[in-house]
Design a protein around this ligand. Structure first.
Ligand SMILES: Nc1ncnc2c1ncn2[C@@H]1O[C@H](COP(=O)(O)OP(=O)(O)OP(=O)(O)O)[C@@H](O)[C@H]1O
Length: 643
């Protein structure tokens, strides 16, 4: 490091000093960068001003002479279109000469050093884009200005005002100047192509976007036109970081107002949690659950809605940086005191601080949901109806949180109307019941009449109804609850307990129906994996059940519609030995194995089972013709030929 030597006086009282080599390097990059977000300069300079005000307020506690009789703590932005100059002024701590040289002539602070390390790794100029990923504090002024002047006067009696100036070549100058009040003024001589930063609306927009919650008032000072009277500067930020204040001081209406401001929702949120985490990382959080689903919940774009602030300065609003994707419906604010302001998105992703924050925020969100589920059941049902689908994704995506998500799940059930929790279910389980039965299909209404329920409900076993596309995947992720496995009522391995009598009857039926089973295998061999006697049916003649690892028909169809078709696993065709159709068919096979009716009926039974399973049939017209012909036959009591 080369220490600048403050002894090169040129004209009276004016010193010209070289920048430290690293600063020169940063400046060169800033100036030549093609970085598209040049606007961040304002955020950086306002944040420096806010830091300077923080420092003053803090030191003034023990050195009240610093503030003296000027209690103003504020930031002013003053555009001057005539001169092409933008001024950012604060009434903060200011800088002494030594500080000015140290702070604006060397790279001593963490951000820029890390930036330079990144650069040396990436190989100098080739990666000018890096600058885009990285704020560089004060030097970002040169993104838009070709010359920057800093007028500063350190707080406290007896301090001199100084003017620092540089056009970002290899040197800067310092000279005495006049300034009546303490604080710092950054004067940006904007390059011609960046004169738009002098527009009032542009400044308002940028302050609103990045610095709305900076704790001090940010005022816009308008230069009066020739014949106009000067106006009082107008405050253009809210300066009210509600989340940093104690809960006891905040009303519901204030919380709701902030929520509406952040989300543009016209309804208040259904729930909120406001917390401060202290310890290794310090941050404040204020999270809301919207009453209705935000429009971007399923559109595949990165959801935005939880804003990350560093010391009240907005950094980004990528929900997924602070919460897992299955909590993407949350809205609100996280404000860290530990993250560096000028950290890049890429660095953020690797940041251990951010990982720790994400864990805590996830925990706080789950705490809120749990509390609602226990204490505000009706509201929780609304939350569940709106966001349950998203929350369930967590079962498959994040095994770490499975145990916490499981008690929050709610399903329709054969037990009756309304939603039930897994804990309710387990509490009602029958003796000898091995698992938590569930049935997957298009809607609760269609599931209620499903043949797959027949035996289960007749034995008094409750069955959960799952009708979200994500359910199958989620149930597989969950696998069990309180030691009870989740068992699909459609699966082949249902393992219903059979008593000796039932076992005997089933074996006898299998033997008795063997010729029919063989015939069915012959007719359906390319469509089903196996034909067997069922122990799950009571009123329905036949059904299709899933082999291990098979995907339910509804899901297969959905995936196909989304262009992500998967191979179809052949089903097991189960027949109900006591059903009159099966009995008649079996005796027909015995008496008249040549009858063309046999194969036709088998086809019809198969198509019917497909419909019950929720699948589509290849040729609905053929099925319709066959049913019509069967009915005609019954109606006429004769032998009409089928087509
Ligand atoms: N408005 C100001 N008033 C007083 N001091 C300032 C002001 N602006 C900058 N400084 C001083 O200059 C230093 C360098 O500023 P710069 O923005 O480059 O980095 P930083 O703010 O220290 O670092 P980082 O941006 O990583 O937080 C600051 O640490 C501060 O001491």
């Amino acid at each position: 490091m080369t220490d600048p030597t403050p002894n090169q006086a040129t004209t009276e009282g004016k010193k010209s000093l070289p920048f430290q080599a690293e600063v020169a390097q940063v400046l060169k990059l800033v100036i030549h960068s093609l970085y598209s977000h040049k606007e961040i300069f304002l955020r950086e300079l306002v944040s420096n001003a806010s830091d300077a005000l923080d420092k003053l307020r803090f030191r003034n506690l023990t050195e009240p002479e610093l503030m003296g009789n000027d209690p103003r703590l504020e930031i002013t932005i003053a555009p001057d279109k005539e001169k092409g100059v933008l001024v950012i002024r604060d009434t903060g701590i200011g800088m002494t000469e030594a500080e000015l040289i140290e702070n604006l002539g060397t790279v001593a602070h963490s951000g820029s050093r890390a930036f330079l390390e990144q650069l040396s790794k990436a190989g100098t100029a080739k990666d000018v884009n890096l600058i885009g990923q990285f704020g560089v504090g004060f030097y970002s002024a040169y993104l838009v200005a070709d010359r920057v002047e800093v007028i500063t006067r350190a707080a406290g009696p007896g301090q001199r005002a100084l003017l620092w100036s540089s056009d970002a070549q290899s040197t800067f100058t310092i000279e005495p100047t006049t300034r009546a009040e303490r604080g710092t003024e950054i004067i940006l001589h904007l390059r011609p192509e960046h004169k738009d930063f002098l527009d009032e609306w542009r400044i308002r927009d940028l302050v609103g976007r990045y610095s709305d919650y900076v704790a001090y008032p940010i005022k816009l000072e308008k230069k009066p036109e020739k014949d106009e009277k000067p106006e009082q500067p107008e405050q253009i930020n809210r300066a009210n970081a509600l989340w940093q204040r104690p809960k006891s001081e905040i009303t519901d209406a204030q919380y709701d107002e902030l929520y509406k401001h952040l989300t543009h929702d016209f309804e208040p949120p259904i729930a909120r949690t406001h917390f401060k985490v202290e310890g290794t990382q310090e941050f404040a959080g204020l999270l809301f659950i919207p009453r209705r689903p935000p429009f971007d919940l399923y559109d595949g774009r990165k959801p935005r809605g939880v804003r990350l602030f560093v010391k009240r300065v907005f950094i980004m609003d990528d929900v997924e940086e602070v919460l897992p994707p299955w909590l993407r419906f949350m809205r609100g604010v996280i404000d860290s005191d530990d993250l560096p302001l000028n950290v890049s998105r890429e660095l953020l992703q690797d940041s251990t601080i951010l990982h720790a924050i994400k864990k805590q925020v996830t925990k706080k969100t789950l705490d809120l949901l749990e509390e609602m589920a226990k204490e505000r059941k009706d509201d929780y049902e609304t939350v569940w109806k709106n966001f349950g689908q998203v929350l369930k994704e967590g079962l498959a995506l994040d095994s770490e949180y499975k145990e916490r998500i499981a008690p929050l799940l709610r399903y329709g059930s054969s037990h009756g109307e309304g939603l039930v929790s897994l804990a309710d279910y387990v509490g009602r389980m029958k003796e000898g019941q091995e698992g938590i039965y569930y049935l997957f299909g298009e809607s609760t209404a269609s599931l209620q009449n499903s043949p797959y329920l027949e035996t289960l409900t007749s034995r008094g076993f409750e069955v959960l109804f799952m009708s979200d596309p994500v359910d199958e995947w989620a149930a597989e992720g969950l696998r069990e609850f309180q030691g009870k496995p989740l068992v699909s009522a459609m699966r082949t391995d249902l393992k219903l307990p059979l008593d000796e009598e039932q076992k005997k009857t089933k074996e006898e039926a299998s033997t008795r129906l063997q010729p029919l089973i063989l015939r069915m295998v012959k007719v359906l061999h390319d469509r089903v994996r196996e034909v067997k006697v069922s122990d799950r049916l009571t009123n329905t003649p036949s059904c299709l059940v899933l082999p291990d690892g098979g995907t339910p028909a509804f899901m297969e169809r959905l995936l196909k519609e989304r262009g992500r078709g998967i191979p179809h696993a052949k089903r097991i065709f189960e027949i109900n030995a006591t059903h009159p159709i099966i009995e008649s068919l079996a005796s027909l096979v015995e008496k008249d194995a040549e009858s063309p009716k046999i194969d036709e009926w088998i086809d019809i039974l198969y198509d019917q089972a497909l419909l019950t399973e929720g699948a589509t049939i290849d040729d609905p017209n053929r099925l319709a013709r066959r049913i019509a012909s069967l009915l005609t036959e019954v109606a006429t009591g004769g032998a009409t030929k089928q087509g």
